[in-house]
Design a protein around this ligand. Structure first.
Ligand SMILES: Cc1cc2nc3c(=O)[nH]c(=O)nc-3n(C[C@H](O)[C@H](O)[C@H](O)COP(=O)(O)OP(=O)(O)OC[C@H]3O[C@@H](n4cnc5c(N)ncnc54)[C@H](O)[C@@H]3O)c2cc1C
Length: 407
């Protein structure tokens, strides 16, 4: 049986990032991804706060090679009265993160996974993990070759051993569902219906890559995310209690989009280029993020809501923190992640970021977000604080809004 320091299950942005961090630290790492790439995935608008992590690993050079549109701002428009607020990321607390990118995930996920391989991670794709046997604490086996085995990972093709295993399987949460309880996040039971289109009108110049969020009645909202290749991602999110689309996803999407004059104008010449997809019941948090030799990161640990495009940022950030926690445990002689100062420290940090995003998200769903923000953003420290939070900078302790427990 082949042995690895770390096996990462899932080759999405989180799994790839963990693979990059561990491989760059010289560890023997295997990524198992069940799907063949390129493949469609939702989650197309990145946040500025992820960029320093990509700069640290060198992946930023791939991302900024001209194939992805630059995103300098996020616009929130209340379609009821055309009121608008724009968060220009250059106005945040951290001047070094003025922008991010809008990405088609088929391309982006292939890029970051290929970069992990370039950094030295071994990739088996497509290969589906069917079972993980955790070696009980205190009973760590020494194999004949002297490897320290924390888990046995079984796939549709083979069986491997590793010292540590990371579950980065997204909302499938392979270990998250098996080893701990996974709870749905109260108040965030939403449904999303979405598709790709060509010929959707755009803003000009530096604003071309802005994400546009449009507010509809009853907490529903639309997203408009432009890509570099002329395609635009358009979606509608609403509370499952108001969802009346049944199986006619396209009819539902058209009804919601065309209800707003502004979207009608933007989509006057639009032509759909993908199927219409629907996802619901996506907001969950695992009760525990780690055990003796296993750790969850990305959506497998928690996913809240798409409103502030926090998913990829949280996944790349928590996967970086989780990989660094494993590196620290290995440096201390392959310690258990249950050792104080390892898994517990990781989980508190991940949850703190999640809590701050959740506060922002609940502020949005409480209503009148645009009007509230327009009033609040008049004060400079508040404007900077909110802009930074919307940019994803949720671990910046210098943010006035965190200090005052507003977020
Ligand atoms: C409606 C909606 C809109 C969203 N919009 C945004 C957005 O604009 N911006 C944003 O940042 N986020 C957005 N998100 C969130 C985003 O999709 C996720 O947060 C992000 O993809 C999480 O990355 P991940 O690597 O943790 O998981 P994933 O990207 O889901 O990757 C997990 C990988 O694991 C693989 N896998 C699963 N099970 C196995 C197995 N048994 N064996 C091997 N491989 C396996 C899967 O094939 C997959 O490739 C949105 C989410 C929703 C629901």
């Amino acid at each position: 049986m082949q042995h690895y320091d770390v096996i990462i299950i899932g080759g999405g942005p989180g799994g790839s990032q963990a693979g990059i961090v561990l491989a760059q630290a010289g560890k023997k790492v295997l990524i198992l991804e069940r799907e063949e790439y390129p493949r469609f995935h939702i989650g197309e608008s990145l946040l500025p706060a992820t960029m320093p992590l990509f700069k640290e690993t060198g992946f930023y050079d791939v991302l900024s090679d001209g194939r992805y549109i630059e995103k300098y701002g996020a616009r929130f428009i209340d379609y009821a009265n055309d009121d608008e607020v724009r968060f220009g990321f250059e106005n945040g607390l951290n001047a070094t993160i003025p922008m991010a990118f809008e990405v088609e995930r088929a391309l982006f996920d292939k890029d970051i996974l290929s970069y992990a391989v370039k950094c030295g991670a071994e990739l088996h794709q497509p290969e589906n993990v069917t079972n993980v046997e955790i070696v009980p604490p205190g009973a760590l086996q020494e194999s004949l070759s002297g490897h320290d085995i924390g888990a046995i990972v079984k796939t549709n093709l083979a069986e491997y051993s590793c010292s540590y295993v990371m579950d980065v399987t997204g909302r499938d949460a392979l270990l998250g569902k098996r080893l701990t309880t996974r709870e749905s996040n109260k108040g965030l039971n939403n449904v999303a219906v979405f598709a790709h289109y060509e010929n959707v009108a755009r803003y000009e110049g530096k604003s071309e890559g802005d994400i546009t969020i449009g507010l509809l009645p009853n907490g529903a909202w639309t997203w408009i995310i432009p890509f570099k290749n002329g395609i635009t991602s358009v979606g509608v999110v609403c509370s499952s209690q108001y969802y009346d689309g049944e199986n006619d996803f396209e009819g539902y999407l058209n009804r919601k989009l065309l209800g707003s004059e502004r979207v009608r104008t933007m989509m006057k010449n639009a032509k759909r280029t993908s199927e219409v997809r629907r996802i619901g019941n996506y907001s969950h948090t695992s009760q525990k993020f780690y055990g003796d030799r296993w750790i969850l990161s990305g959506d497998a640990a928690m996913f809240l809501d798409p409103i502030f495009s926090s998913g990829v940022h949280m996944s790349v950030s928590t996967s970086t923190f989780a990989a660094k926690t494993i590196l620290q445990a290995m440096a201390d002689g392959n310690k258990s992640l249950e050792t104080p100062g390892l898994g517990d420290k990781y989980e508190s940090k991940a949850r703190l970021g999640g809590k701050r995003f959740r506060n922002l998200i609940m502020m949005f769903y409480d209503g009148s977000f645009v009007a509230q923000m327009k009033k609040a953003l008049v004060r400079e420290n508040v404007r900077k604080g909110f802009t930074s939070a919307v940019a994803g900078d949720v671990w910046d302790e210098g943010n006035y809004l965190f200090e005052k427990s507003v977020l």
